[in-house]
Design a protein around this ligand. Sequence first.
Ligand SMILES: Cc1ncc(COP(=O)(O)O)c(C=O)c1O
Length: 402
Amino acid sequence: MLLQLGSTRSWTSDRLEPMKQHGLKIAERSKIAPFFAMEVLRSANQLAAAGNDILHLEVGEPGFGAPAKVINVAKTALDDGALGYTEALGTPEFRGRIARHYETYYGVTIPPNRVVATAGASGAFLLAFLAAFDVNDKIAVVEPGYPAYRNILTALGLQVVPLRAGPEQRFQPTIDLLRDVGPINGLIVASPSNPTGTMLSSGELETLASWCKNNDVRLVSDEIYHGISYGHSPTTAVSFGDQGIVVNSFSKYFAMTGWRIGWMVVPPDLVPGIERLAQNLFVSPASLPQHAALIALDCRNELDIYVQTYARNRKFLLEHLPSAGFDKLAPADGAFYLYADVSDLTKDSKEFCNQMLEEAGVATTPGIDFDPQRGHQYLRFSFAGSEQTIVEAAERLVNWRR
Ligand SMILES: Cc1ncc(COP(=O)(O)O)c(C=O)c1O
């Protein structure tokens, strides 16, 4: 039993509405929902600082650093000192290397001028949504899904249209779900998905891409978890025409979260607008990580060893979580998450996660982050950490639930 009972109670919206100290207005757009995984991280860190032994299964962050060669190249680039602004869409070397990655990894040919370097996938979303959509456009997002899609769209004045997918759709969008929601301007898909890890087959992604094309809907395909899958190879939406926007990043497979580097492959007609937006919003993507990323793409041997660790963690949790009562788990085809239906254990997963953190010292993320409507009956385990963390977390959870 941990000591700091009550210390994590600030996971509520109290921090959303700071006390006004003057008559100046605060923009409505800033009043978006928090990212609860980060709130849990804050609470977990507070408990750890107070001397408690906390196991982190809340954040989706690889437990490894960037590959050694990447760090060496970054050190050399720092010593060489030539780290000025780059072109707003990225260096020609970076854009060319990413184009080559599509050739070698997926067998798809794209011109480098469709590649845009960004500040992670997050920076890509901002540019993509601004370039492709207008205020009040309707964008369909799958629930459960990555919360920032919904929150960025809301901050930009776009309308979020939830596609409520359940286990029967493997938590992925289907044409039936799309037909049910009426006219939309955009659709965001993620395969493998966060929080469920489920993947669209190549045929399913192709069906969605051609439905989007036939209905003048801009497809945004978040492919950030490509490279981390357990038996199924991912397909890129780049294969199915040049009208969709594909987002990717060095944060997950490449284990470079804090380097803040990602990319997009965009339709030719969006390039000029994205370039103007990038010039004005960011001037340039960061220079150092663009250098380093070139090498990261050549470090597959090292990175595949990381993936083998995630695979062992996944197997261990799938074997042991049911003994702790977590037996309704989404099929994690990829990424490093297990999304658990905890409706037999609680009616309030936020409170349940809070209790788990305080009593067992295991931090997880409540489903409300990913699904405001049904998330109170789900929680997400991240198994991106070390094997030791995962083994100990499973042990603690079994004892906690005894
Ligand atoms: C599905 C998904 N997309 C995008 C991101 C943001 O990634 P980045 O660090 O590249 O901004 C995350 C981060 O967890 C994610 O899970």
